[in-house]
Design a protein around this ligand. Structure first.
Ligand code: AMP
Length: 305
């Protein structure tokens, strides 16, 4: 096993201008793992309830994702419901039922502990730190967070970030975390908090990667139709991390390789764009490596000059 991913495994209800689904497989861990599985072997750590369907486990294992760390406990699986605006740039959360996720205490199977790569999905920062401390041999570690933790668990988050090599967040969160409205200054401040690689995601407008020495800007992929953006940020994370893991890079090497980091950002953009093409995780039921490679080349064609 190469990459360990931790985060929420959920059922989602989603409404977009193209339709709605009452209940489907979701969760940050699910999206990150499915996306990264096209690049590197992945194992997950998460918790689900007794209602979690075997067919959803089967989707994960069909992508060779290790589920030994997917704990099943009595109760209901985490449920999240959201509705998107007409242009799909805004999302309103309608319902969050933490259910079994409320008492999530990540347990790492022994076999996971020697994995070289760790992605810490968006959960309480102290839990993220606990997992990081159990994976002493990990050579490239990063993750994401959200406005909730920046707001209510800031001290814990700052302590946690000290142990990370990279951080992925969106522009609003970067401004909130740094206290700077200017994105460049926000990035400079965050790079002093621990991670030496920072990716600021800007939704449909793409992403910017910062290190102390260089930055790289990628546009978003122009889709004919965005069906459902849920999970796009997580799929970006899976493509970014999966690509770096596929090269066998550790943190020190990754931080100096501008070309490889740039390609990791494009891999993230490619995977995020595929995610939006169908509802929920559906695109991953048919997506092939050939389609991923073709879209990567398209990116090269429309950004080169
Ligand atoms: P994204 O669209 O990339 O922000 O990720 C959407 C996924 O995040 C959905 O599948 C949800 O199940 C999951 N999610 C929503 N709220 C939370 C939360 N508070 N903690 C963990 N996961 C969440």
């Amino acid at each position: 096993m190469s990459l360990v991913v931790i985060g929420s495994v959920a059922y989602d209800g989603v409404q977009t201008p193209h339709g709605s689904v009452d209940r489907m497989l979701g969760g940050s861990c699910t999206y990150i793992a499915l996306s990264a599985s096209y690049y590197t072997p992945v194992s997950i750590v998460g918790v689900v309830g007794g209602d979690f369907a075997q067919e959803d486990v089967d989707l994960l294992t069909s992508r060779n994702i290790g589920v030994e760390g997917l704990e099943r406990v009595p109760g209901k699986t985490f449920f999240w419901k959201g509705v998107y605006s007409e242009d799909m740039n805004d999302r309103t959360t309608l319902q969050t039922d933490l259910n079994v996720f409320a008492d999530f205490n990540p347990k790492l199977p022994e076999t996971y502990k020697s994995a070289p790569y760790l992605f810490l999905g968006n959960i309480q920062p102290d839990l993220q730190r606990g997992v990081r401390e159990q994976m002493k041999q990990a050579s490239l570690v990063g993750g994401d967070t959200m406005n909730l933790w920046i707001d209510i668990a800031r001290a814990a988050l700052l302590e946690t970030l000290k142990g990370w090599d990279f951080l992925l967040i969106n522009d609003g969160e970067a401004r909130m975390l740094s206290g700077e409205t200017n994105l460049k200054r926000a990035a400079a401040k965050i790079l002093e908090m621990g991670p030496k690689i920072l990716v600021i995601k800007r939704g449909e407008y793409g992403a910017v990667l910062f290190t102390p020495h260089f930055h790289f800007m990628a546009p978003g992929y122009l889709l004919d139709r965005v069906f459902d953006p849920t999970g796009a940020g997580d799929c970006f994370a899976g493509g970014f991390m999966g690509y770096l893991a596929s090269l066998g890079l550790d943190a020190a090497a990754a931080a100096t390789r501008k070309q490889e980091l740039s390609r990791a950002v494009i891999s993230g953009s490619v995977m995020g764009s595929f995610c939006c093409e169908q509802f929920g995780v559906d695109r991953f039921r048919t997506l092939t490596r050939q389609e991923i490679d073709a879209r990567f080349e398209e990116f090269q064609a429309f950004t080169g000059f």
